[in-house]
Design a protein. Structure first.
Length: 130
């Protein structure tokens, strides 16, 4: 019976560890990976990286536009600082910031759900006496 109880204890997730991961790496969904919510963690990771890449490309493009003479008007428009790519990247970054803040409150619930998923029935821990 002790072996079965040790297995259950090993599956418990620490609320402190979950909040530390949420605070430092939460925008990338690391706290959700830790808690076993892989699908939503992958979505957070993908949207965060996509937003950051889009903002970086738009920022790089604005530097190119201001420091170079372009003979091609299409290239200048594509690399301008207020491109659609930059706006979408900003929306993704701000959206992920809002999701990250909401997850601050929801992380406690996720830890409780995760820790209650594998509860061992009392009959396995303390067999009934005839």
């Amino acid at each position: 019976m002790d072996n079965l109880l040790d297995t259950f204890e090993g599956k418990q997730r620490s609320i402190i560890a979950a909040y530390v991961l949420w605070f430092f790496l939460g925008r990338f969904g690391v706290h959700r990976f830790y808690l076993g919510y892989k699908r939503s963690a992958l979505i957070m990771l993908g949207l965060s990286l996509a937003g950051m890449v889009m903002v970086a490309i738009a920022a790089w493009g604005s530097g190119k536009v201001s420091n170079a003479e372009f003979g091609n008007a299409v290239t200048a428009v594509l690399l301008a600082p207020n491109t659609l790519l930059g706006w979408i990247g900003d929306l993704l970054v701000w959206g992920m910031t809002i999701w990250w803040l909401l997850d601050g409150a929801y992380t406690y619930v996720m830890v409780r759900r995760r820790n209650n998923q594998g509860l061992i029935p009392a009959s396995l821990i303390e067999p009934s006496k005839p």
